[in-house]
Ligand binder design. Structure first.
Ligand code: SF4
Ligand code: SF4
Length: 277
């Protein structure tokens, strides 16, 4: 079972300051410093062996991370003016605790959400330090950092697929997750070729529950019910009040990945039989 958030963990001072300074919907709009404690190696290794990767994945799981994926960062997920050090990304997903999901959007939920970001950020720094000790150069990207489109990164790492709500949907957690990354000097990460979660977009095309349940009308259906909605940032209270309605209303959260997949497969079989697909 993934560990849920421990609310008593203190925020790192610098991150706390940045969180306080953020605008109302400030998630992902600023750069968070890399607070890895160990210095990067002078001559970073460009290869990582399988046993070290296995240990990294085990350590990640022990710290509450649910899935780990790898991606060579493509240009479309990089901001124009970025200072990213390496293109070899290790991507992590971490659960949003049920304490957050079960609360209504409010100051308390926002605080829990901020603590979750800080806690997950610290885990990311710890894993970065672990790799540095082993001679791998790293740049830890805090889950609140705006240098990278995290959902896209997770999708490119084949951990899941982006739903209509703009969130990464994974088999383990549906859309109930946060994402962080470590960019590394290791060029030989086990990148996957094919994304086995692409079918999600077909389900999303017919669903739109996230749009209907957004209390702020921040998600706007695109013409012809495409698989992605437009998000009006200024309206969204996801970070400013810890809103999770677009997560809670999603069938991937309510019923789980396998249930939705079964339903979609059944539907597609019927459509094929009728010659409509
Ligand atoms: S977090 Fe809340 S306000 Fe933002 S898109 Fe989701 S449901 Fe709407
Ligand atoms: S609520 Fe429906 S449309 Fe929205 S992300 Fe979930 S499955 Fe897709």
């Amino acid at each position: 079972m993934p560990k849920d958030l421990c609310c008593c963990e203190p925020l790192e001072e610098e991150i706390e300051k940045q969180i306080e300074e953020k605008s109302e919907c400030g998630c992902g709009t600023f750069q968070v410093p890399d607070l890895s404690k160990i210095e990067n190696p002078n001559k970073p290794k460009t290869e990582i062996n399988n046993s070290l990767l296995e240990i990294l994945e085990e350590k990640s799981k022990e710290l509450g991370i649910v899935s780990v994926g790898y991606v060579k960062i493509p240009s479309n997920v990089l901001d124009k003016n970025n200072s990213l050090k390496y293109s070899n990304a290790i991507v992590f997903t971490f659960p949003i605790g049920m304490d957050i999901v079960n609360e209504v959007p409010c100051e308390k939920t926002q605080k829990l959400n901020d603590l979750l970001y800080a806690h997950f950020g610290n885990i990311t720094y710890e894993l970065s330090d672990f790799l540095r000790k082993e001679g791998i150069g790293t740049q830890a990207i805090h889950p609140m950092d705006g240098s990278i489109g995290f959902s896209k990164l997770g999708e490119e790492a084949k951990l899941g697929y982006i739903g209509k709500n703009g969130l990464l949907i994974t088999p383990e957690l549906g859309p109930r997750l946060k994402i962080s990354a470590i960019l590394s000097s290791a060029e030989n990460l086990p990148y996957l070729e094919k994304n086995s979660h692409e079918w999600i977009k077909n389900y999303c095309k017919r669903c739109s529950k996230c749009i209907k349940n957004c209390p702020q009308d921040a998600l706007i259906e695109k013409e012809n019910k495409l698989a992605k909605a437009s998000l009006i940032d200024e309206k969204c209270i996801g970070c400013s009040q810890g809103c999770t309605y677009c997560i809670e209303s999603c069938p991937f959260f309510e019923n789980g990945y396998d249930w939705v997949k079964k339903k979609q497969t059944k539907l597609e079989t019927k459509l094929k039989e009728k010659g409509k697909l």
